[in-house]
Design a protein around this ligand. Sequence first.
Ligand code: NDP
Length: 302
Amino acid sequence: MRVLIGGGSGFVGRELTRLLRDKGHEVTVISRQPGPGKITWGELESQGLPPCESAVNLAGENLMNPLRWWNESYKKDLFSSRIDTTKALSNAIAASSSPPHSWVLVSGVACYKPSLTAEYTEDSEWTPFDLLSKLVKEWEASALLPESVAKTTKQVVIRPGAVLGRDGGAMKQMLLPFWLGLGGTLGSGSQPFPWIHVSDLAGIIAQALEPAADAASPSPQVLNGVAPALNTNYEFTKELGRVLRRPTIFPVPGFVMNTLMGSERAVVLTQGQKVIPQRTLESGFQYKYPDLTSALKQIVGS
Ligand code: NDP
């Protein structure tokens, strides 16, 4: 099948592209930069959807960009880079004379209110309560297809936790301090830490891109893109230290995180949610890395 990947040049997109090409699929990336195997967002808007059987959007300004201060312009970019690209793709799908059979948006678990006790499945009700949950609400809304198109195009929303892999995401920034023995828990450490190995997230996306087995539904199917293991930040920290054979004795207090990162953003590290991938498991998806030890050993050993 021909797959269109918005933001496919990034951390998750590179892994997904590798997986899809290995399965014999053809990939076209939508990017801000032209290049081989790519179209630009401007071309998508001016020329419409290129021929494809499925599409996914992964584009978005990095939430953990270490080079940017947490200010209004950064927040505006976080919103517009996700919502405008998702809207551009959903509009192009709606306007296409041969829309794809599946359309997948990868959003995030920030929609679920951080809690030490609540457990969230894909069926959990939620209403926006802070900046990042508002972002998820608007982002997912911008992916919705008109009912007439949703009859033939399967809509899926995947909400990943922190994506763990060697080449990007949180691990890229964490590995050096942990290697140097400077790692430690963030905030209290007791907060849940929903995570997924990048290879499993690519697998869940690839499965969602396949044609629907059942009749299409007007509302998107939601899948929590997290590993089934429920871990805390303390467990993650200790396991990473153990796998690297390094001490993890330098906790970073919550107020330091808030000062360095801005409290609206630090919340993804200093607080967390227990997220259960109920529908993902029910879909029959087989995780390669269901627990922290296997995931971290693969990442650190590779
Ligand atoms: P990346 O940070 O690697 O970015 C993906 C792509 O987005 C980039 O390659 C870039 O493509 C495009 N992009 C970056 N900034 C902008 C911008 N300002 N405007 C338009 N496009 C932009 O993302 P990941 O691969 O890590 O994540 C994929 C998706 O999953 C994102 O939407 C992210 O929010 C979400 N997610 C990721 C998590 C993680 O831990 N990584 C956790 C939860 C959700 P190009 O330069 O080619 O235009």
